[in-house]
Design a protein around this ligand. Sequence first.
Ligand SMILES: C[S@@+](CC[C@H](N)C(=O)[O-])C[C@H]1O[C@@H](n2cnc3c(N)ncnc32)[C@H](O)[C@@H]1O
Length: 188
Amino acid sequence: MEYIGNKKYWDDKFASRSDNVLSPERSIVENLTCFKKGSVLDIACGDGRNALYLLENGFKVTGVDFSSKALERLRNFAKRSNYFVNTRQIDLSVSNSLKNIGIFDNVLINHYRLNKKQFLDIENQITEGGILFICGFGHKHPVDSKIRNQDLIQQEDFQYINKSFNLIKYIESEEDRGFFVTYIYRKY
Ligand SMILES: C[S@@+](CC[C@H](N)C(=O)[O-])C[C@H]1O[C@@H](n2cnc3c(N)ncnc32)[C@H](O)[C@@H]1O
């Protein structure tokens, strides 16, 4: 699924950013202890503000995104701090695109919306007791020409994975930037 814009939109956006890493998502910082120690697959990682934060906190990180510009920035930021990050350029709108990505202790999806079927695909790519952490614009966020209804995370997105995962935490927050939800699932 295309989230907010197409590849060119995102490449241009990342190319025009300054040479600084943005702050990690607050919900990830506040709930870091929920993550299982080990590896993280950061889906639609962008230029890596969260991936870098997780590297700093001892996780092994693989970031996937369709923007080559975003991944290049992430690799450069990581190198600057002497971290290694694995990156894969993947278009998530292609079906089965995550199929051979490997198995991880945590999957993070921050500000991206996977479709219901893709959740089924990643179900087998999380270790037992592993965490699926999703955060982004939620169902009450006002839609406009930029953030469309199809970009908002809905409870029904997770309907197929409820049998293998336990929702350990659900958070709603209203901020200047909008209405956010965080879902933290642990795999049985
Ligand atoms: C709002 S940014 C979030 C980036 C990062 N997760 C963060 O929290 O800073 C959305 C990301 O989704 C990526 N994206 C959008 N559509 C995609 C697609 N079809 N396949 C892969 N990545 C995509 C964009 O390149 C961008 O990096």
